[in-house]
Design a protein around this ligand. Structure first.
Ligand SMILES: C[S@@+](CC[C@H](N)C(=O)[O-])C[C@H]1O[C@@H](n2cnc3c(N)ncnc32)[C@H](O)[C@@H]1O
Length: 331
């Protein structure tokens, strides 16, 4: 699909980001949570959030002007939407997504430096040594991934009927292990991820009551021995964070972890050869440059090359979504 035409209005939209930043900051400060018990004055909120009193007043008035808060007789309260989407106890809570976006904002501000040097702009690796950012990011990914997992099951994009042992490599919060094990009663999954993500996955798996069918292993797949004897390997949104050579080496190691006849499925933003489609993938590649300096989105031809080179067969590209797609192959 071609992106929208660049009209003056669309260009203006790119310049109008101040209001977005205010909303992200309100979410990152958990401001609506402070108002969950009732209205507060600017001074009370400033004290609770550790803000300068005058700055808080300007900030709160702007949020009221944007319709995120109500203001009545000098006291601020949550609008219905703020209470529904930005108070952590709400089932529709979107705060993790906005917090993760706010963390990325700082990173994207360093784009000129990344473009000039070609180097990553984040000191810490979020999934490895930044537990607070990692939890927000993983819960935000989890929120979106739940509906994607449901779509995959509905589309029948991966065949799991006769599969019993799944390896969920870089499984994150465990979204796909949980969704697939719920849908297929005889499936067991082993989720491998680094300690920070494994801790989040343990919570998600426990709240799904699937501890007996999902095993969580904590380690870095590039450093530890990979577990073996799986009939289904699932790698979702992992290859884009790795270099070309690291991915090639990983697939070479994975072939022997799969039983003969087993399937591997790679779920990611897979690109056309021109590397401009899907547009979201082209933009995401810059996010990876900023994050770790080595990742980017890969084309089907590149993924096909790794799999074929490692000895996988029957390689197929399943384009079941506008952005994310799946490449499957068998041993
Ligand atoms: C973007 S998240 C995707 C999580 C999940 N697979 C999903 O699609 O919702 C990427 C995950 O891969 C994990 N990961 C990346 N490289 C890894 C490595 N070398 N060893 C273990 N886990 C890794 C990260 O820790 C993170 O949890």
């Amino acid at each position: 699909m071609k992106p929208d035409k660049w009209t003056p209005e669309r260009l203006e939209e790119s310049a109008n980001y101040w209001a977005d930043r205010l909303v992200l900051e309100a979410a990152a400060l958990d401001l609506p949570a402070q108002l969950a018990q009732g209205p507060l004055t600017a001074d009370e909120l400033a004290e609770r959030l550790g803000l300068d009193a005058r700055a808080a007043l300007l900030f709160l008035d702007a949020l009221a002007a944007l319709g995120l808060l109500n203001k009545e007789t000098g006291r601020y309260s949550n609008t219905e939407e703020a209470a529904r989407f930005l108070v952590p106890e709400s089932l529709d809570y979107l705060g993790h997504r906005l917090r993760a976006a706010r963390d990325s904002w700082e990173l994207w501000a360093r784009l000129p430096e990344a473009l000039r040097t070609g180097q990553r702009q984040r000191e810490k690796t979020p999934f490895r040594d930044d537990p607070v950012a990692a939890r927000s990011l993983l819960l935000s990914i989890h929120r979106n991934a739940r509906s994607r997992a449901a779509d995959i099951l509905l589309n029948g994009s991966v065949e799991l009927d006769d599969r019993r042992r799944m390896l969920d490599l870089g499984g994150g919060a465990g979204t796909y292990s949980v969704a697939f094990c719920r849908a297929y009663q005889e499936l067991h999954s082993t989720l491998v991820d680094r300690p920070i993500a494994a801790a989040v996955a343990r919570d998600v798996v426990a709240s799904a009551g699937l501890e007996d069918r999902i095993t969580i292993l904590e380690y870095d797949v590039d450093e530890g021995e990979l577990p073996a004897s799986y009939d289904f390997i699932w790698i979702s949104n992992v290859i884009h964070s790795r270099s070309f050579n690291a991915n090639r080496a990983l697939f070479e190691r994975l072939l022997s972890r799969l039983e003969p006849g087993g399937t591997i499925a790679i779920h990611d933003l897979i690109m056309e050869n021109d590397r401009t489609t899907p547009p979201a993938a082209a933009v995401f590649s810059l996010h990876m440059l900023l994050n770790n300096g080595v990742g980017r989105c890969y084309t089907f031809q590149e993924v096909n090359g790794w799999l074929d080179g490692a000895g996988f067969r029957d390689i197929h590209w399943i384009r079941d979504d506008e952005e994310l797609s799946i490449v499957t192959a068998t041993r």
